[in-house]
Design a protein around this ligand. Structure first.
Ligand code: ADP
Length: 252
């Protein structure tokens, strides 16, 4: 059962063996805890859009009124979208947890960044400026992973920025990096260590009106780390948040 540990015997070899075994048991307990927490959080997160859809549908059935029905349907559509995003995110994490990796190839970060900036720009929203070195900047990853990273970081930045988002692509030795800066309110120090955790949200954002799933940054960290890359969050010289993702460069 959880928490049981072997007593440490006299012999040095046996002590080392027992200590290694205890370490293994501790790691197993931690993994079981993580899984329990994740399953509980996922159920909790799925519950709220499902409950909302159910209540609205019941109200609409009980009070047939075409005007109300329009409103209810718009809300049901929004909640359904959030539900789809949640389920998609959970599936991606489950595949990754199971060790399934999409096929990697050389991806040009500069081209992917320019495309993502076009995809994530919103009319009347903050301007997205892209700085990339001349020529290609190859990283070794699946194209879908690079798009997931860029889309999540850019959409967050656009959501929180006042006027400006800056996306920078650069190379440093055998690594290539994207930096996403915004001029929003930033992320307070005490939240930084946890924003990449599954379902973690900065307090003020808890209101899910933003349509977020709490999985965006967890997915970013997952797809980057499993390729040996790294993610970082900090303060931007623009005044808001700065997110950095580093990948190994691909030799072409
Ligand atoms: P969600 O999909 O709910 O936005 P994320 O994993 O993408 O979840 O983000 C986690 C938390 O970090 C959220 O509470 C979000 O508001 C906050 N956050 C993410 N990016 C930024 C940013 N550029 N500026 C300020 N807060 C941010």
């Amino acid at each position: 059962g959880a928490g049981k540990r072997l007593p440490l015997p006299e012999s040095r070899e046996l002590r080392a063996l027992a200590a290694a075994m205890n370490d293994l048991l501790a790691r197993r307990d931690e993994a079981a805890d993580r899984l329990r927490r994740f399953t509980g959080d996922a159920a909790h997160e799925l519950r709220s859009p499902v409950a909302s859809i159910r209540v609205q549908a019941e109200v609409a059935v009980a009070h047939p009124d075409p005007e109300l029905a329009q409103e209810v349907l718009a809300d049901v559509a929004r909640e359904s979208q959030r539900l789809s995003a949640l389920v998609d995110g959970l599936l991606t994490l489950a595949r990754s947890d199971a060790g399934e990796l999409p096929a990697a190839s050389a991806v040009d970060l500069s081209v992917a960044a320019a495309d993502a900036a076009v995809r994530c720009a919103v009319a009347d929203g903050p301007a997205i400026r892209v700085h990339a070195p001349p020529g290609a900047c190859w990283v070794y990853a699946a194209p879908s992973e690079v798009d997931l990273v860029l889309d999540n970081l850019l959409r967050n930045a656009v959501r929180h920025a006042r006027a400006r988002v800056v996306l920078t692509v650069l190379t440093a030795g055998r690594a290539a990096r994207v930096v996403v800066d915004d001029d929003g309110h930033g992320i307070a120090e005490e939240h930084r260590a946890r924003v990449f955790d599954r379902f973690y949200r900065v307090q003020d954002d808890r209101a899910r009106s933003s349509g977020g799933t709490g999985l965006g940054l967890a997915l970013v960290a997952e797809v980057v780390r499993r390729r040996g890359g790294a993610v970082r969050v900090g303060e931007s010289p623009e005044g808001g948040a700065r997110f950095q993702v580093t990948w190994r460069t691909a030799s072409v």
